[in-house]
Design a protein around this ligand. Structure first.
Ligand code: PHE
Length: 372
């Protein structure tokens, strides 16, 4: 049995009591203020503004009030709920801003940092200097010729007028790969780039103007001034009316371009079986320009106080070589030179120890920079 609802006093319905509504509101506001992250605020929202929150449940009680009391209770609960939703919105805005600021700091991209820390390689300075040396002659109109590193003994020695008993053929200098058999030439690791002279003459129509950079091999121990694998730049001209003056001019042009304008060169008499006459080319020391000679107070490390630096060998091509390559020696003559690439690198860049060039430490190559 229940009494008529008219006499129902809203303040008796506990959840709708003003104090209780205020308490629920304050509890919610405190929880909102205490939420320290958007995640926490989400939980607070569910707890205090969701369908099952105390005020939502209180709201449902309104229907059980007498009509006269509903408006007031509705305003009270509605007001509290509005306050809570306002507070949620404000707190949400604050927390979002905080999050955005934090993300900006935490996920900041420092565009000034190197993005790629993988060490970048560099081309080996021997490669780049050989290309520079080659280019000097290419600019003068020379073509680039090539030959194999494992070479027929015939090209490496016989065709170049090395007699069978020439000391350069002995085990001291030459890496022999295959002995001659059945009339076939043996194989060696080429001891110089000069076999390319013969190959170029056999391959190309005359006149021939070529340079041949390449790897060469001799049975030397690796030390500061020797390496069993080294490089040469061969140059050769065969044309009509060629004289030693052309050779001198080409060498001078190379030296001036490589080491500096105005440097002097000198030819010293020498012997090679494949050139006659032959010479060794020296270059005036570009550091002391001869000042260190006989002057112990000012020694020069570059030329060892000699005043001159040895660059390589050269000479007028021996007609016997031209004949071996099928060239008409009545009409044609020529010259050739062979310049050491390691020596050129040592002098051009002050490299003191050849071992640095062959040991493969990338720091050596990197120091020359990324030349292309
Ligand atoms: N081939 C010789 C050497 O290796 C150098 C050279 C080349 C000399 C061409 C004369 C002409 O020492």
């Amino acid at each position: 049995m229940s009494a008529p609802n008219d006499s129902y006093d809203p303040v008796e319905v506990t959840p709708l009591h003003p104090d209780e509504v205020a308490r629920m509101r304050d509890e919610a506001l405190a929880a909102i203020a205490a939420a320290s992250s958007l995640e926490e605020l989400k939980e607070v929202r569910i707890a205090y503004a969701g369908d099952r929150s105390p005020l939502a449940l209180a709201n449902r009680e309104i229907g059980s009030l007498p009509p006269s009391a509903r408006a007031e209770a509705g305003q009270r609960v509605g007001g509290a709920r509005r306050e809570i939703s306002e507070a949620l919105k404000e707190r949400g805005a604050v927390l979002e801003e905080e999050r955005d600021n934090r993300v900006l700091v935490e996920e900041a991209v420092d565009v000034t940092l190197g993005w790629d820390r993988r060490p970048r390689g560099a081309r080996h300075p021997l490669t780049t200097i050989a290309e520079r040396m080659t280019d000097i002659f290419v600019n003068m109109g020379f073509e680039v010729a090539e030959g194999p590193e494992v070479e027929a003994e015939w090209y490496n020695f016989d065709a170049l007028n090395f007699l069978p008993d020439h000391p350069a053929r002995t085990m001291q200098d030459t890496f022999f790969v295959e002995a001659p058999s059945g009339g076939e030439s043996g194989l060696v690791l080429r001891t110089h780039t000069s076999p390319v002279q013969v190959r170029a003459l056999l391959d190309r129509p005359l006149p021939v103007y070529v340079v041949a950079p390449g790897k060469t091999f001799r049975t030397d121990e690796l030390d500061a001034t020797h390496t069993p694998v080294f490089h040469q730049l061969e140059g050769m001209v065969v044309d009509e009316n060629i004289t030693m003056a052309h050779l001198r001019g080409a060498i001078d042009a190379f030296v001036h371009s490589m080491f500096g304008a105005g440097l002097r060169t000198r030819f010293r008499p020498y012997y090679f079986p494949f050139t006659e006459p032959s010479g060794e080319v020296d270059l005036e020391c570009f550091v002391c320009r001869g000042e260190s000679v006989g002057n112990p107070d000012a020694p020069c490390r570059t030329c060892g106080s000699e005043g001159w630096i040895e660059l390589g060998g050269c000479g007028m091509i021996n007609p016997r070589v031209l004949v071996a390559a099928g060239v008409d020696t009545e009409r044609y003559s020529g010259w050739a030179f062979g310049i050491g690439v390691e020596r050129t690198l040592m002098f051009a860049h002050g490299v003191r120890d050849m071992r640095d060039m062959v040991e493969g430490d990338v720091r050596f190559a990197s120091a020359f920079g990324m030349e292309v």
